[in-house]
Design a protein around this ligand. Structure first.
Ligand code: HDD
Length: 686
């Protein structure tokens, strides 16, 4: 979308960004950065036609120097990410009793937002679909300043205290001696670290689950993880956990598929978001809060300050208070997505912190890291980071300062400028920290209430469907089979026998490890909210390959494609060649995808119609498409010769398979329902 595009979404942040957007190059003269018109851009200045290049060539020097300095350090974690603009609005004023934050109180306020989704471990050029945590960072540009909700797609974390953050990241990143493996936790140092830091058990269960391979950024939950505080007009505090709930539900890939997508389309998740927004399929998330009275701080069998614990939604329900819609792609990835700087410490009046030791350390790290990444203390002036409300203080100078601060006075207290800028009282919107009473000795110790590392890991395990449990077992098998050190493997088996004996034994056998004879926590409770099976299921915005060859059944394919589109499903024509594919009735469908460019892994389902002119190679490729979709539990539909191709393969199950001759009248309805179902986990695969 260009600046001039009529569909441009107007909101306060976008209007501010418009001042910095430039498509000046259109029909303009080429100049140097000094404004000098350039007569020749393809030849450097040399002494003679075959002679050496001259130092005098300021045009070459400027062009090359700029290029040589075009990269900045990638983020030390979350290096690979993708961003989008949008808006947030609360549904009503139900949050008024809890917080004075205006953007959470007033349903008439539309707040501009910028979201950056990310993987954690991989380098900036790594693939989108490794097994990894996903970042989900939101900057709310409120009238009272920027509020950043720097969240992940998992509700807990690996560690309880941020002093261990460098350790867990060093362990999970590629090993330092050979920089392998890229974007993967399946290696010795990570699992060695896990076995020596048993507080990680709960998070590792999430990492081994389907949550670590999301189908789409649009289909991921987000969690603020920490317990924060909300403060109301009277100064009364409540504890709060923040959630993002995707309107399309929470859905994942299967592991074999995720690995193949990494090769076929390493940009799979970012492409999905980019294309969806361009098509008007905006990504929508509801903001949820779990709220707890201060008096209930000690009412649970876990410590609410412990980031390795979640608050079960059945015990403390999530109230949905508003909706975020991501409706505009960035114009320039470097300027926006790369330069955006999030910070957990960016809060507004009405939102405050707790003593969660992980949160406390994060409050230091985020500004610190931007100083090296963005090269100095003025990164708040970069367009994507600027608040939309006025910001005035006596901070001056530093690398790349943009503002020309006029006047003699850059200090307080002063008399020369009437002591401006003035401090603002709490009643008039000045931020005042919650006056929590604290006392204690300076010690390096942790409360015993943080000691139970396994009960919630068992709760998570108990809450999984059979298919989800299988996926977790297989993830442990994959990861630990890549670990070379036998002692590490055994320690992990022993560690996870504390979570569930059946789980540990299931992967111990694969590793050839000793199977423990006792284990488990005795927790029998489950939390249905933790299973992705209990999430909304919609066909809308899913992508289906419609596989046709010349001579296809024009009438049937036309009707299927039209009905899919009516249901909001993207029907993508795929053949053995690009361009027009002719039907038996003379009608034409344009193919923009071929067997050579795409595989079934990049689609949510396949519909094979074939065609009377299909070659043997076409038939082979179409069968491969079906077979791969089959082993990834995806819906498969077939009509005409496509039905025969399905039958030829004698696949062991017809669950999620829709054949035209058997369901003629309700074929498309069945197909749409099957797409909405996402996957057919009970399908027999041998
Ligand atoms: Fe962090 C980036 C989320 C723990 C230190 N973190 C970063 C990003 C996300 C999170 C989404 C990417 C932001 C972006 O897109 O620019 N981090 C989390 C969550 C955590 C967490 C949900 C646990 C609840 N992080 C955490 C700890 C520390 C850090 C304990 C250090 C004490 N995180 C950083 C960082 C990063 C970062 C080094 C790297 C790039 C950046 O900040 O801007 O400061």
């Amino acid at each position: 979308m260009t600046v001039k595009d009529e569909k441009i979404i107007k909101n306060k942040k976008n209007e501010q960004l418009d001042q910095f957007r430039s498509d000046d190059n259109q029909n303009k003269d080429l100049t140097t950065n000094q404004g000098l018109k350039v007569s020749e851009d393809g030849l450097s200045l040399t002494a003679g036609e075959r002679g050496p290049t001259l130092l005098e060539d300021f045009h070459f020097r400027e062009k090359m120097t700029h290029f040589d300095h075009e990269r900045i350090p990638e983020r030390v974690v979350h290096a690979r990410g993708f961003g989008a603009h949008g808006e947030f609005q609360v549904y009503n004023d139900s949050m008024k009793p809890f917080t004075k934050a205006k953007f959470l109180q007033d349903p008439s306020i539309k707040t501009s937002v910028f979201v950056r989704f990310s993987t954690v471990v991989g380098f900036r050029g790594s693939m989108d679909t490794p097994r990894d945590v996903r970042g989900f960072a939101t900057k709310f540009y409120t009238e009272e300043g920027n509020f950043d909700l720097v969240a992940n797609n998992m509700p807990v974390f690996f560690i309880q205290d941020g002093i261990k953050f460098p350790d867990v990241i060093h362990a999970i990143k590629p090993e330092p001696h050979n920089e392998m493996p890229q974007a993967a936790s399946a290696h010795d140092t990570f699992w060695d670290w896990v076995s020596q830091n048993q507080e990680s058990a709960h998070m590792v269960m999430w990492l081994m689950s389907d949550r670590a391979i999301p189908r789409s950024y649009r289909m991921m939950e987000g969690f603020g993880v920490h317990t924060f505080r909300l403060i109301n007009e009277e100064g009364k505090a409540h504890f709060v956990k923040f959630h993002w709930k995707p309107v399309l539900g929470t859905h994942s890939l299967v592991w074999d598929e995720a690995q193949k997508i990494g090769g076929k389309d390493p940009d799979f998740n970012r492409r999905d978001l980019w294309e969806s927004i361009n098509m008007g399929n905006y990504a929508e998330f509801e903001l949820g809060v779990q709220i707890l009275e201060e008096k209930d701080e000690f009412a649970f069998d876990f410590d609410i300050l412990d980031s390795t614990k979640l608050w079960p939604e059945e015990d403390i329900p999530v109230q949905l208070i508003g909706k975020m819609t991501l409706n505009r792609n960035v114009d320039n990835v470097f300027a926006e997505t790369e330069q955006v700087a999030f910070h957990v410490g960016n809060v507004v009046p009405g939102i405050d912190f707790t003593n969660d030791p992980l949160l406390q350390t994060r409050l230091f790290s985020y500004t610190d890291t931007q100083l090296i990444r963005l090269g100095g203390p003025n990164f708040h002036e970069i367009p994507i980071n600027r608040p939309i409300c006025p910001f005035n203080n006596n901070q001056r100078d530093g690398y790349h300062r943009q503002t020309i601060n006029i006047g003699q006075v850059a200090y307080r207290n002063n008399a020369l400028a009437n002591n401006s800028p003035h401090s603002v009282s709490e009643e008039n919107g000045g931020y005042a920290h919650y006056q929590e009473k604290v006392e204690g000795r300076k010690i390096r110790a942790r409360s015993k209430s943080f000691d139970d590392h396994f009960s919630q890991a068992t709760l998570f395990w108990n809450s999984m469907s059979n298919a989800e449990k299988d996926h977790i077992i297989n993830a442990f098998r994959f990861e630990l089979s890549k670990v070379k050190n036998k002692e590490i493997q055994q320690r992990i088996v022993d560690m996870f026998s504390n979570v569930d004996l059946g789980l540990a034994n299931a992967f111990a056998v694969t590793l050839g490890a000793v199977t423990p004879s006792s284990g488990g926590t005795g927790v029998t409770k489950s939390s249905p909210a933790l299973s992705q099976e209990n999430t909304p299921k919609l066909a809308k915005t899913r992508k289906v390959a419609v596989v046709v060859a010349d001579g296809f059944n024009g009438k049937t394919v036309k009707s299927v494609v039209e009905n899919l589109l009516l249901s909001g499903v993207q029907a993508v024509i795929l053949s053995d060649k690009l361009g027009p594919i002719k039907a038996d009735d003379g009608s034409v469908h344009m193919s923009k995808h071929t067997f050579a460019t795409d595989a079934s892994v990049v689609f949510d389902g396949v519909y094979i119609a074939g065609g009377t002119s299909a070659s043997k190679q076409f038939e082979h490729d179409a069968k491969m498409f079906m077979k791969e979709a089959f082993i990834h539990y995806k819906p498969i539909a077939a009509t005409d010769i496509g039905e025969q191709w399905f039958k030829d393969q004698q696949l062991p199950s017809k669950l999620g398979v829709i054949l035209g001759s058997e369901q003629a009248n309700i074929f498309t309805d069945q197909l749409v329902n099957a797409i909405a179902a996402h996957r057919f986990w009970d399908r027999l695969i041998v």
